[in-house]
Design a protein around this ligand. Structure first.
Ligand code: DHE
Length: 562
């Protein structure tokens, strides 16, 4: 129980789903669902959205997390199936699972939710989930705001910042991003975004930053302003995670595309105003041939070799290649891969896209030149690459690396099918490097670096979750260096674990920035390491530095360097 307690802290991530699996996968009891007042239901719904929906889905169909529907089918003795009971587990057992987690991976919430809230959630889960409303073009247009019209924006860069080396940093729990100058390490601007802001992506020119928040709010920041600020906003759905832009020659900064978890759809917008232009639903059949009502949009990446986005649909396992050259006559190529697609990145040539089908323990490889699936690679449990890391392995040639939430290895996959010397390694796991533990979320390197970095923020042990590991890519048999980022920050220890998360390089590849994801109200920091010497160069901290997580260096994000 002790370790599970440690696991809880800030992260309610992919581990959560696994947990509920075993525990909930039982037949139902035929009793009425507990009654709830409208007020109780509204509170529970909010908690479910904030804490549970990411893994289990709003309809509770399950993905990385278990199916939590109350209407498990029950076979009756006469062979017919009866629907509509309540979870057999009942109130007490549900409360225990929510409070303490399970061996299967469900994390404990007893340090986040009060006893009353836990009891409320147990009741809520025994009631049939409401189907949230759809979000039409009209709804979206009603939320669209151009704060600074294009003609009133600067015609050239009005500040003296080195924009290439600017970092857009997620301040997760304050719903803000901090724009931090990579050269001086000064916070240049803190910008209000949406609830539990998630990721930032760059326009092809590097001028605009697109920030997507979990409540579906998309914010557009203009880096050319004297003080960079939000110039347009739109709500793309009720629940969202991904955004990218048109990067192909001739379409630079023209379009943005954002994917939502609810409703399951993606929207194409004008790149400089966010005016929604076209919404495309993603409901449909899974790769197993079953209809799914909630296939959520996971990662989106923009091709640099075609006017195309790769849009990964989580629950169906279908990868969409969306040709944006004519959005009125939109062409989608649907590639069958494996269910539960999540995050991924390009190989070094930017022709192949590798994406984790995380709960299927696979990496799907798409050949975007041919528009086909190149391979499905089996890996250890729950691969979670972020965007992955590309380097030339001394023995196996070009490889792409992913870490795992569910295993203590970093997996290296060969990526050079057209190289005479290394083609036999293509789309094979060529090596598994031993990590400091499971619970990895992100790996990173840079073409100018000799190091590979990996975090382990989801590990139950404080000392592991607060550390990162670094390997010398020229000789992976050399012992890895383990850096305790929390200790290196020099900040006083806090009750909450300060998870070391998301290593990100500076534009020139000389520094690596690691966030310390601490408690909701604790002042935290980003620790900047010299990538050559692996020593601390600077600790960026500020009373406003609360829950820093993802960091997006403008140049590296713009050019997909990892
Ligand atoms: Fe993320 C990327 C979904 C929780 C930090 N995360 C992604 C992507 C998806 C995703 C689909 C790929 C986006 C893309 O490339 O277009 N994340 C989810 C979830 O569904 C999940 C598991 C649960 C939830 O309820 O949201 C989840 N993610 C988290 C976190 O708790 C993290 C660690 C901290 C935070 O800030 O929220 C987190 N996710 C990130 C980051 C990236 C990301 C930093 C981008 C990595 C990169 O280098 O590009």
């Amino acid at each position: 129980m002790k370790t599970r307690k440690l696991l809880s802290g800030a992260v309610r991530l992919a581990a959560l789903p696994l947990a509920m699996a075993g525990a909930f996968n039982v037949a139902m009891a035929q009793q009425a669902a507990p009654e709830m007042t409208a007020e109780e239901k509204a509170t529970a719904k909010k908690i479910y959205f904030e804490r549970c929906a990411g893994c289990h889905g709003v309809l509770r169909k399950g993905a990385t997390g278990k199916n939590l529907e109350p209407h498990w089918s029950k076979k009756l003795p006469d062979g017919t199936t009866q629907e509509g009971g309540t979870l057999k587990l009942g109130q007490n057992r549900l409360e225990k699972i929510i409070a303490y987690g399970t061996e299967g991976g469900m994390v404990n919430f007893d340090d986040i939710l009060t006893k009353e809230e836990i009891s409320l959630m147990a009741k809520y889960l025994q009631n049939t989930p409401d189907v949230p409303p759809e979000f039409s073009m009209q709804d979206m247009l009603a939320t669209w705001k151009v704060i600074v019209p294009v003609e009133q924006r600067p015609k050239k860069q009005m500040n003296k910042f080195n924009l290439k080396n600017m970092f857009s940093v997620t301040l997760r729990d304050t719903g803000e991003v901090a724009l931090i100058d990579g050269d001086t390490k000064e916070i240049r601007s803190i910008v209000k975004t949406g609830y539990a802001v998630h990721i930032s992506r760059l326009s092809a020119s590097g001028r605009y930053v697109y920030v997507i928040s979990r409540d579906g709010r998309l914010s557009l920041i203009d880096l050319w302003m004297e003080k960079p600020a939000v110039v347009a906003e739109v709500k793309v759905g009720y629940d969202a995670r991904s955004v990218d832009t048109s990067k192909f020659k001739g379409f630079e900064d023209k379009y943005a595309v954002a994917g939502s978890y609810w409703p399951p759809q993606y929207v194409i917008m004008e790149g400089d105003t966010l005016k929604p232009l076209k919404i495309v639903g993603t409901r449909g059949m899974t790769v197993d041939g079953e209809y799914h009502p909630e296939p959520r949009v996971a990662s989106i990446v923009s091709s640099q070799i075609k006017p195309e986005w790769v849009i990964n649909i989580k629950e169906t396992g279908q990868i969409k290649l969306v040709d944006y050259s004519d959005i009125k006559n939109l062409k989608e190529t649907t590639i069958e891969s494996a269910k539960f697609l999540h995050d991924g990145g390009w190989d070094a040539s930017k022709r192949y896209f590798l994406v984790a089908a995380n709960a299927s323990n696979k990496i799907a490889v798409v050949d975007t030149k041919e528009g086909k699936l190149a391979a499905l690679v089996d890996t250890k449990k729950i691969p979670h690459p972020g965007r992955g890391a590309n380097f030339k392995h001394p023995q196996f040639g070009p490889v792409w690396a992913t870490g795992h939430l569910g295993a203590d290895v970093i997996t290296l996959i060969g990526t050079a099918p057209n190289d005479a010397k290394y083609k036999s390694n293509a789309w094979k796991v060529v090596q598994e490097i031993k990590h400091i533990g499971s619970g990895n979320l992100f790996v990173k390197t840079h073409p100018k670096s000799k190091h590979l970095w990996a975090d382990a923020p989801q590990n139950p042990e404080r000392s592991i979750a607060e550390s990162v590991a670094v390997w010398d890519m020229a000789d992976l048999s050399k012992p890895k260096k383990v850096l305790n980022v929390a200790k290196d920050s020099g900040l006083p220890e806090t009750k909450a674990i300060r998870r070391a998360v998301h290593p990100e390089y500076s534009a020139d590849g000389s520094e690596v920035w690691v966030s310390l994801w601490g408690g909701k109200t604790d002042q935290s920091a980003i620790v900047v390491y010299d990538d050559k010497t692996l020593t601390v160069k600077k600790v960026i901290t500020d009373p406003k530095m609360i829950t820093p997580t993802g960091k997006f260096n403008v140049f590296n994000t713009q050019h997909d360097i990892y």
